[in-house]
Ligand binder design. Structure first.
Ligand code: IVH
Length: 372
């Protein structure tokens, strides 16, 4: 379920040529997002362009390109590896405001055939890179990136480098925890100091730094990152969770085993009775954003009752029982120093604004591509 707002009108496309061009921009931006991080589109513009593409595909179902990235996990840009995931490691659908959350609630109610009775959880959406971490007999044996959702890359070389993901659990459990690896702001600053000392380029922002650090096998230095679990799946048929436990209880079991969860983040995990309360908590977390030690790009609302989650079900890219309420892009003012013409990555001449350096959500911004 995706809602459409007036703000994305600027990206609306009227014919197949504009649609194909939009697909190309989406592909380039998502490849940059999962690659070097040097994307010409900020997150909010990316989301709007993606919504406009989805709207066009909805209105022109016979014209949808077989190569459209919108039907793929991570928009098809995350490098897939060769390790099969235990169960598909899915993404989340997005809404952008309170109306979107209400619309998601209605879609859940339709799928269940009644209003949910088990309440909702509300937790921060950590802006990092998704991984699955496998523990066997209490030992951390493998870390796998999300990849295309079915297969990910083995990045076990980062074992021992991630706060919140201990090499040994409190007990001898065999289990797979899923969550987000990110740099806290403090770890990000240290990471860039270490990189500067080694003559390497500073990271563009914490998210890209974390994705790059997970995949980098041959660096002469190690950078500390942090993990927050947001889910758990059973591994090798071993039971880990108490029967019939809720999402909040599942994360509590993970925390009791010694792994950090989204409940341990300063924005915490709340169990609420209804979506009005969930929306209230979204506002509260949004208000804390600037003071949080780690970047968040939204707030995730989930059905707490796992039986209700099963009834609501899964799509090919995301579960129907969870939704990300995206937070608006962080805005900052700065001084426009110059405008220069440059050939962009698509080979098109485009104006570029040269800006007085300004920090926006963990990145230092000195240039901006201007849309004609
Ligand atoms: S739930 C099937 N909860 O955001 C469950 N995801 O943009 C799907 N993320 O792929 C994920 N914080 O990597 C969930 N509290 C949170 C999250 C979270 C960050 C990531 C996750 C997901 C991506 C979607």
């Amino acid at each position: 379920m995706t809602t459409s707002t007036a703000v994305e009108a600027q990206f609306r496309m009227s014919d197949r040529t504009e649609y194909e061009a939009a697909l190309q921009r989406l592909r380039e931006a998502s490849q940059a997002y999962y690659g070097d991080g040097d994307s010409a589109l900020d997150d909010a513009s990316y989301d709007r362009l993606r919504l406009a593409v989805l709207a066009w595909e909805g209105e022109n179902p016979t014209e949808v390109s077989a190569e459209s990235p919108t039907g793929l996990v991570a928009d098809g840009a995350a490098p897939a590896g060769d390790v099969a995931h235990t169960t598909r490691l899915l993404s989340l659908d997005n809404v952008f405001d309170a109306e979107g959350l209400v619309a998601w609630g209605a879609s859940v109610q339709r799928r269940l055939g009644r209003a949910p009775e088990g309440g909702f959880t509300v937790e921060p959406k950590i802006d990092g890179a998704a991984v699955a971490a496998r523990y066997r007999a209490g030992r951390l044996v493998q870390i796998i990136t999300r990849g295309d959702g079915s297969h990910g890359e083995d990045v076990s070389h980062v074992i021992g480098q991630i706060d919140g993901l201990p090499e040994r659990l409190a007990g001898a459990a065999t289990v797979e925890v899923r969550g987000e690896v990110a740099f806290t702001q403090e770890q990000f600053e240290t990471a860039n100091e270490v990189r500067t000392a080694h003559g390497a380029q500073v990271f563009a922002n914490p998210r890209n730094g974390a994705a790059g650090t997970l995949r980098a096998k041959d660096r002469p230095y190690r950078l500390r990152m942090t993990f927050w679990a947001y889910g758990v799946v059973e591994l090798d048929g071993e039971s880990f969770l108490p029967a019939g436990c809720t999402h909040a209880e599942a994360l509590a079991a993970v925390a009791a085993a010694g792994v950090r969860t989204t409940a341990d983040s300063p924005a915490g995990l709340r169990v609420v009775a209804d979506l009005a309360e969930a929306q209230q908590r979204v506002y509260e977390i949004a208000g804390m954003r600037a003071e949080l030690p780690v970047g968040i790009d939204g707030v995730v609302v989930k059905l707490d009752d796992t039986a209700e989650q099963q009834s609501a079900g899964f799509g090919t890219r995301f579960p129907y029982w969870a939704i990300a309420v995206k937070l608006p892009a962080v805005e900052r003012q700065t001084v426009l120093q110059d405008v220069v013409w440059e050939v962009g990555r698509t080979g098109v001449l485009a104006p570029t604004a040269i800006l007085a350096p300004v920090e926006i959500d963990g990145s230092t911004v000195t240039r901006a591509t201007l849309l004609l």
